[in-house]
Design a protein around this ligand. Structure first.
Ligand SMILES: [Zn+2]
Ligand SMILES: [Zn+2]
Ligand SMILES: [Zn+2]
Length: 269
């Protein structure tokens, strides 16, 4: 089954331009159409007449306007950090027609953050009538935990994010591993036979909770997808000059970039 993946945001938690910064990349990011302009990280997957979103950062509203998102059918969460969850409230108008609630999928740690931050949404009594109509489904954290949605299967891929282990997802021939410093050995078999691998590549220098450029290139070489795209990028990496130094099958992602792939294929064993 044919699917389209859109990078809603390809930036790190502070976004690019970074507030208060006047470096060359941040300066260029003010230019309309600049590929250095990076909003908070999220992707949209469209297939079989359905839209599945991964994460809702602070920029979800402007991303949805930019990409003309008219409806959503499910949201998967990677972890509870602000740049991945704080846009949840902006889902409201896209949930109003859904009597069963828009399904959100998250592990316990992430679901606890969402329930705490957006407490008013989940109240049993005294609920605002205009709160988001969402249903939070708690996911097992085991590698390969499957979520079947609209004819495709999403697999949880545990990744190391500093001191935490959080969720990446594989769906057909593509995998999205944002916010990761390393990939545990038990996750590697779930990443075989990929067309598209999307990985965190924050900057050039190592960072305690995010992979850096050289480490991400090394991971691509080890996992050997057909093509790889880097995301969660800071103002350290200029789009054009960095892309020019990367191997032919590796690219920096940019906001609004679309990729097509096959979402049917199962994990090859
Ligand atoms: Zn993040
Ligand atoms: Zn800067
Ligand atoms: Zn994070």
């Amino acid at each position: 089954m044919h699917a389209t993946l859109t990078f809603l945001g390809s930036g790190t938690s502070m976004g690019v331009p970074t507030l208060g910064c006047s470096c060359a990349v941040c300066t260029d990011a003010h230019r309309p159409g600049s590929r250095n302009r990076r909003t908070r990280p999220s992707i949209l997957i469209h297939y079989n007449h359905h839209n599945v979103l991964i994460d809702t950062g602070q920029d979800f509203h402007s991303q949805a306007v930019r990409e003309n998102i008219q409806s959503l059918d499910a949201v998967l969460y990677t972890h509870g950090h602000a740049d991945h969850t704080l846009g949840m409230d902006d889902l409201r108008p896209l949930t109003f027609g859904k009597s069963a609630g828009l399904p959100l999928y998250a592990d316990d740690a992430t679901a606890n953050v969402i329930e705490r931050v957006f407490e008013y949404t989940f109240r049993k009594t005294d609920r605002y009538p205009t709160s988001a109509r969402v249903t939070l489904h708690r996911l097992d954290t085991a590698p390969g935990t499957a979520i079947d949605l609209f004819g495709a299967r999403f697999l949880r891929i545990p990744v190391t994010h500093g001191r935490d282990t959080i969720a990446g997802y594989r769906f057909g021939s593509a995998a999205y591993l944002t916010d990761m410093s390393d990939i545990p050995a038990e996750s590697l078999p779930l990443l075989q036979g990929l067309d598209i691998l999307i990985l965190d590549a924050l900057r050039r220098e190592p960072h305690p909770s995010h992979s850096h450029l050289a480490n991400s290139i090394e991971l691509v070489n080890r996992i050997a997808p057909q093509r790889a795209y880097f995301t969660h990028i800071s103002h350290d990496l200029d789009h054009q000059t960095t892309n020019a130094t990367l191997p032919d099958n590796i690219h920096l992602a940019y906001d609004g970039q679309q990729l097509t792939f096959d979402i049917t294929s199962e994990v090859s064993s």
